[in-house]
Design a protein. Sequence first.
Length: 468
Amino acid sequence: MKKIMIVDDEAAVTTQMEARLENMGYDVTQSASSGSEAIEFARRFHPDAVLMDIVMPSRVDGINATRKINKEMDIPVIFMTAYADDKTVKRAIGTNPYGYIVKPFHEKGVKASIEVALHKKRMEQRLAEKDKQLNQSERMLRLITENMNDMVRLIDANGKKLYVSPSHKRVLGYDPEERLGRSVFEWVHPDDMEKVQRAFAEAVAGLTPGMVEYRVRHAEGHYVWLETTGNFVHDENGQNTVGVLNSRDITAHKQAEEEVQYYQEHIKLINQILRHDLTNDLVVIQSALNLYLESPEEEYLDEIFSRSGKCIELINRMRELESFLSRHSELKMYDMKDAIDETIKNYPFIDFKVKGRAHQVMADDSLVSVIDNIVRNAVIHGKADRITITTGKERDMCEVRIADNGTGIPDDIKANIFEEGFMHGDTGHTGIGLHIVEKAMESYGGYAWVEDNEPKGAVIVLRFRRVK
């Protein structure tokens, strides 16, 4: 049974209304004769609805009392009035009443007004509960997106960002507010733009959403690899409303893939070199053995020992390359003078000259091997007996020039000497040493090239990142 409170300063009206309400099946909890009393009784009895006379001869009239009840207790109020001027009506409307009952009362009208007010209140409470649940869900969703590593974006059909999760700051270095209203295609690497636009068009068309991997420029200028999936929400007419994109940083994964591919390619190279060079030497050794068995001359043994030594040397060089490829140490500062001095110790029979000021460079433990490979190449392939190493500064790089007096490098192979598997000289072997040099310089952030020496020989030029 719903509890109703009556507020009217006329006792006869109150008595008549009480009887009618009880006949309608309502419980009249209390009747008040003033606005102040209405507020007090509402606090005490908590009725389901209040029938409030608008005009009452006191400082707290029905309108003032309604404002107080709405603010403190949120109880639906229905105004009762016989007449009111325009000013009073405007004041009453400002309280958002749940209905009006005009005196003299009609029982059907009173019941209808009360039921409408109670129903309206129930609907408001349900909507408020749904809003509360939605707000709770929204808070939970926001909490999830604010703390997840993946980036979430809401976009329109033109690719403009409507929402950007805080994780953009962690992944790409941009404040989310900077990205709002900006195109989803901004900062995409030019080489990846076509496939990103194609994936976006498929999502807009409602096709099965796929996954696209692409690069985006970080706030600091470098590029980050992202893996993104997306889909558009469509209305009942099939029109796009909003797109949802989810992206995660896969830079480390892509780098690992590249390292694996790099290592696999060079393991393949090692196998090719071993098959080629070792097969050649073994064929020569076998032929020399056959000849020695037929005619045991010492020159055949010399050939066998020579070729066997070359096989051992080649295997050691392959081990050196494999060790270099499998090592992924961080670069650190090295003194170029120390690397040069360490290399010179290995060639006491070579006339070395070291000129210029050595600098500290960014490298790893393969630095001595880099210098040694160049010197070894000049001695073995170029037949050099004098080598001059000149160090100096070229802008922000440290330049090292290793010049020999050997046979030099023909013009037609200069462009290929750093490639995997090049062959030069009368040894008949693949020059793997300079390939190691090239790969090491790439990892150092430097580069290498070859020049002619005057009056004869070759110059290998290395440029390292210099420590300022």
